[in-house]
Structure formats: structure tokens, C-alpha cells
Design a protein around this ligand. Structure first.
Ligand SMILES: Cc1cc2nc3c(=O)[nH]c(=O)nc-3n(C[C@H](O)[C@H](O)[C@H](O)COP(=O)(O)OP(=O)(O)OC[C@H]3O[C@@H](n4cnc5c(N)ncnc54)[C@H](O)[C@@H]3O)c2cc1C
Length: 376
């Protein structure tokens, strides 16, 4: 007989780790399935180590986009974490909640509970802000008692200070807390690094509770399909080695397999645009998700394909609804800034020294930041 749990969570990334923590805090039984291995690779935990995990298929799915017109016919590398902590185990460890406007527009589209005011208490509850600007209003946006440590860089860097001064000089407002009242402006990044180590979602939320008897964490467990009883999701099939194992959920199945993995798993389980599924020979359970929309982190830089990235962003922007964080060199930014003209948004990102990053998120015509540029 299949094992049964109250909740099954598919994917132990940023979302899955925190959900496993919160849902197993009471009596409910929770099974967390992760396709990747445990997060034992030492490069995960060293902040500069992401340069090693970015090309390691053991902890990274190493996806590529389909070639498109916007990328001059080339595929774009799409890294995604494949281990406990998911992408938070391989990412740039910058603490960035994203735009108020994005959450509010999701709520306006009918997604109740997703407005910025709705989710702010959850951000605060999970956060342990260390330091931070001593300014009125800090406590309106930041938590001090959560599991996720949020720190500032170790000290100002002259080159970053010069960059910030330069941005201010061309009219971009100084913003010492882009996770505060507004994201637009220029300032230093906040990081999820404590005592010289990355704090992934798994480190913050999963490892401290992994011995709870009602929490079952299964790694190298690749979910193949969600099982339905009519329109209700009731179980999953996952693969471990050459074994296929079935689990059943008494209450809910939570899909937190990331921006690529979640829609893919839904579609192969029969939930998606009916025409596409029929074309692929998948039996349709729900004709859903007709809207195609993906906001994704594009990372091309350090001298590779700058034009393609800039082109892609401009293309998406022209089609509306694309928010991007761009990594790379100055060339990208020039191309991007030219293209955005008045609608400017951009960031520089570089990591010659991982603790020395500064951020600028420039203001668009709506007054919100469109994109983000990191610089080092
Ligand atoms: C290289 C890189 C740099 C980034 N830098 C930053 C940054 O500096 N700051 C920032 O705020 N954000 C950054 N991001 C983005 C951020 O890390 C992600 O937005 C966030 O981690 C996504 O969380 P998630 O829970 O949706 O997905 P993920 O954290 O990706 O988790 C999904 C998990 O599901 C698992 N999974 C997928 N399919 C299956 C399946 N079929 N069965 C079982 N498990 C499955 C995956 O292996 C993975 O562990 C970066 C991302 C990348 C890739």
C-alpha cells in the first residue's frame, strides 16, 4: 500500500523548504520530495562557490531556453538548483523580495492573498535582519526574529561608492533599503550570508527541523506525475533509482518545483493548455494555464552574448510583463539602457569580490523599478 501523508510537497527549494518547516510545525505529517541530492557539496555553502555550482549537473538542472527571435536564434542558459535548497543553494545570495507592484498586480488579477500588504507579514516573519539602516519605518518592512539572516556587506567599497555617487549624479535616488518602502533607487545589496557562509532556504528552514518525526525528507526522489481522482489531486508517483514509488496525500499536494519544474510537472500530469497537451498525447485533466508568462533570471555576462541578452529583454519588454535581473558586464547595461530609453531599468552584477556588490534599480515611467543592475 502507498505511504500516506497529510501533505506532500514536491521540490525542496526556496518555497518547499519554508513550507515543509511551517506545515510540520504542528501534528500534520509532511513528505518533502526533492529530485536532487542532499546539499553536501561544499561549494554550495561558500558564497563565491556559486561559480562552481553554475555548471555542475549534480546540483543544477542546467536548462536552456528554446532559441528565439529575441535571442538572435540562440538558446539562453537557464540555471536552476537541483538539491536541498533548490536555486537558493546556487544563487547570488542577494536578498531581494521583488516589486510591490508585481504582487499587487497578481492580486488585482484575482489572486486573493497575493498583494504586497498580504505577503509582507510572511516576509517579516521569516526574516532575521541583522544591522540595517537605523531609520524610522525599518520595522514596518523587516523582521528581526525569523530564521533567514539578512546582512549587509562587510564594509563600503570605494568603487561601489563611486558607482552609487555616479547614479545619484544622474538623478537616480539613493535608496538604502530596496526591500523597504520602494525598490527604485541605488544602494548596496542585502545578502543571505552569515559568518562567511551562504544561508540557503534549506539551511535556514529545513536543516533545523529535519529531525521532526512528522517530517519525511526524501532526496534523489524525482516526481514523475501527480495523480488525480477526477479533478482532485490525491497522490504522486516518484522515481528513486530504478524504483517507482506512489504516495498518497490526505490533505494537499503542494507543487514547489520552481518556475520551470512546476509547469512542466503540471503539464505531464494533464494540467495545462488542452491543445498543447493533446498534441503531446497527454490526457487532459484540467484545461488550464492558457496564459504564457515567465519572469526569469537571465544570467549572461563576463563577456558572453551580451547582445543576445539585451535583445531578449527588450523583446520581452515590448511584449509586456517581463521583469528581469541581468548579470553581466557594462556592455549589457549600455545596450539595455539605450533600448529602454525613458523606460529605463537595469542592474549590473559582478562578483570579483563576493561581499562587494552594489545595486541600482532605476525608475520607470510608472515610478517602479523595471529591472535591476548589479555592479562590482
Ligand atoms: C544562478 C541563479 C542566481 C540567482 N540569484 C538570485 C539572487 O541573488 N537573489 C534572489 O533573490 N534570487 C536569485 N535567484 C532566484 C532565486 O534563487 C529563485 O527565484 C528561487 O530560489 C526560486 O525558488 P523556488 O522555490 O520557486 O524554486 P527552486 O528554489 O528552484 O526549487 C525548486 C526545487 O524543486 C526541485 N524539483 C524540480 N522538479 C522536480 C520534480 N519533478 N520532482 C522533485 N523535485 C523537483 C528542484 O530540484 C529544486 O530543488 C537566482 C537564481 C539562479 C538560478
Amino acid at each position: 500500500m502507498a505511504d500516506e501523508f497529510d501533505y506532500i510537497i514536491i521540490g525542496a527549494g526556496s518555497a518547499g523548504s519554508i513550507l515543509a518547516n511551517r506545515l510540520s510545525a504542528g501534528d500534520a505529517t509532511v513528505c518533502l520530495l526533492e529530485a536532487g541530492p542532499p546539499d553536501r557539496n561544499p561549494w554550495i555553502h561558500i558564497p563565491a562557490g556559486f561559480t562552481r555550482t553554475l555548471a555542475n549537473p549534480k546540483v543544477n538542472w542546467l536548462f536552456e531556453s528554446e532559441p528565439s527571435e529575441g535571442t538572435a536564434g540562440r538558446p539562453v542558459y537557464v540555471p536552476r538548483g537541483k538539491t536541498l535548497g533548490g536555486s537558493s543553494s546556487i544563487n547570488g545570495h542577494i536578498y531581494n523580495r521583488g516589486q510591490r507592484m508585481d504582487y499587487d498586480s497578481w492580486a488585482q488579477e484575482g489572486n486573493r492573498g497575493w498583494g504586497y500588504a498580504d505577503i509582507l507579514p510572511y516576509f517579516k516573519r521569516g526574516e532575521r535582519r541583522i544591522g540595517g539602516p537605523e531609520q524610522t519605518g525599518d520595522e514596518d518592512f523587516h523582521g528581526r526574529d525569523g530564521e533567514l539572516p539578512v546582512t549587509d556587506i562587510d564594509g563600503p567599497e570605494p568603487i561601489c561608492d563611486a558607482f552609487i555617487d555616479g547614479a545619484v549624479g544622474i538623478g537616480i535616488p539613493r535608496n538604502d533599503d530596496y526591500n523597504g518602502a520602494t525598490q527604485a533607487g541605488v544602494g548596496y545589496f542585502q545578502r543571505v550570508i552569515e559568518n562567511g557562509r551562504r544561508v540557503s532556504a534549506a539551511r535556514a528552514f529545513l536543516h533545523p527541523v529535519k529531525h521532526r518525526p512528522n517530517l519525511d525528507i526524501r532526496t534523489n526522489a524525482h516526481t514523475q506525475r501527480i495523480l488525480f481522482d477526477g479533478a482532485r489531486a490525491v497522490g504522486v508517483l516518484y522515481k528513486k533509482g530504478d524504483q517507482t514509488i506512489e504516495l498518497r496525500a490526505r490533505q494537499e499536494i503542494i507543487l514547489s518545483s520552481g518556475s520551470v519544474g512546476s509547469p512542466q510537472l503540471l503539464q505531464i500530469s494533464g494540467v495545462g493548455p488542452a491543445a498543447l497537451l493533446k498534441d503531446l498525447g497527454v490526457e487532459v485533466v484540467h484545461d488550464l494555464l492558457r496564459r504564457e508568462s515567465l519572469a526569469i533570471y537571465l544570467d549572461r555576462g563576463f563577456g558572453r552574448n551580451h547582445d543576445a541578452v539585451a535583445g531578449n529583454i527588450l523583446d520581452r519588454r515590448a511584449n509586456g510583463g517581463f521583469g528581469a535581473v541581468v548579470s553581466g558586464g557594462v556592455e549589457i547595461i549600455n545596450a539595455e539602457v539605450d533600448g529602454f530609453s525613458n523606460n529605463l531599468g537595469g542592474v549590473f552584477h559582478g562578483f570579483p569580490r563576493p561581499h562587494a556588490q552594489s545595486a541600482v534599480a532605476a525608475t520607470s515611467q510608472t515610478g517602479d523599478a523595471d529591472a535591476q543592475t548589479g555592479f562590482a
